[in-house]
Ligand binder design. Structure first.
Ligand code: ADP
Ligand code: MG
Length: 296
């Protein structure tokens, strides 16, 4: 099958500024365009420092906010026109979000299996409990967990990494064709990040799910991305095949971004080459300068 899975065309989000600094408008996202194809699952990465507009863009893709200008089509339909319960359910099932903080994604007083069963009932029409449990178990196994491990557990009983896996499992239950993951590993312990990042690769390859991976971490971006766009102040300054872009960035901002992850004595190969492609959490952790207080 071919055609467009997602088409982002000239998308802009304008916020008005008022108060102390006078009046005016500023573009949190400024004329962004890209397309993902059906039948070519890929990890499409949006990289940029804090405040560059990544979350705003992802929220528009997920139809959580309308664009100020431009259009976003998902499977040929304008996402802002998904009207009516049926169409909205179909849309939500096919495009699932993964958020930064898994502890915020789940109510601390609610057992995790209840989320999974509810999702199976809503999206897979699982009427009987055994059917819902089977869907939950199937999804959990795709992320390296099982229903037996999760049953009766509360969010705080799991590590951030495990909980993010449960969030990913929940997102898989409806059988999505696109995951939109906004900084999905930045709250996860460095030692567990690569496992989650690797999981995205497996989902792409085995389930044929496309993933929009939003990050400020160039090291994981280099490791898993097929294509990448680099955003600065709402604009895409550079984009293309991930390795080509990151091996020889052209735009001054991309060059700066890349040089910022290099320690003074590091070689380019050392920063992005083989040593990083081993599951080396220390290498990943040593990556971007953006760690310092710029989590969004
Ligand atoms: P990122 O996710 O890349 O850190 P965001 O999309 O969160 O960036 O933010 C981009 C810019 O838009 C920032 O300057 C942020 O302060 C601003 N912004 C985000 N949401 C709003 C809003 N609801 N109202 C006004 N400004 C916003
Ligand atoms: Mg953000």
């Amino acid at each position: 099958m071919s055609g467009e899975l997602l088409a982002v065309e000239g998308v802009t989000k304008t916020y008005s500024m008022g108060g102390l600094f006078g009046h005016g408008a500023f573009h949190a996202v400024d004329n962004v365009s890209f397309t993902l194809d059906v039948g070519r699952p890929e990890i499409f990465t949006i990289v940029g420092e804090s405040g560059s507009g990544k979350t705003t863009l992802s929220r528009m893709i997920l139809n959580l906010e309308p664009p100020s200008a431009g259009t976003i089509r998902f499977r040929g339909e304008d996402v802002t026109r998904a009207r009516g319960a049926r169409m909205r359910m179909a849309f939500m099932g096919a495009m699932q979000p993964i958020f930064q903080n898994p502890f915020e994604a789940f109510n601390p007083l609610k057992q995790l299996d209840r989320y999974l069963l509810m999702t199976a009932r809503r999206f897979r029409d699982a009427r009987r409990r055994a059917d819902a449990e089977a869907f939950a178990d199937e999804a959990l196994r795709k992320v390296g967990l099982s229903y037996a491990e999760i049953k009766g557990r509360f969010p705080h009983e799991l590590s951030g990494g495990q909980l993010q896996r449960v969030a990913i499992a929940r997102a898989l239950i409806p059988g999505p064709s696109l995951l939109v993951a906004d900084e999905p590993v930045s709250m996860v312990d460095a030692s567990l990040r690569m496992a989650i990042v690797n999981l995205f690769k497996t989902l792409r390859d085995d389930l044929k799910v496309s993933i929009i991976y939003i990050t400020h971490d160039l090291a994981t971006a280099y490791y898993i991305s097929d294509r990448i766009i680099i955003m600065q102040r709402g604009k895409v300054v550079e984009g293309g095949p991930a390795r080509a872009v990151l091996d020889s960035p052209q735009h001054p901002y991309s060059i700066l971004l890349k040089s910022s992850v290099l320690s003074p004595d590091a070689t380019i190969e050392g920063a992005f080459g083989q040593s990083r492609t081993s599951a080396d959490p220390a290498g990943i952790e040593a990556g971007p300068i953006y760690r310092s207080g710029q989590q969004t």
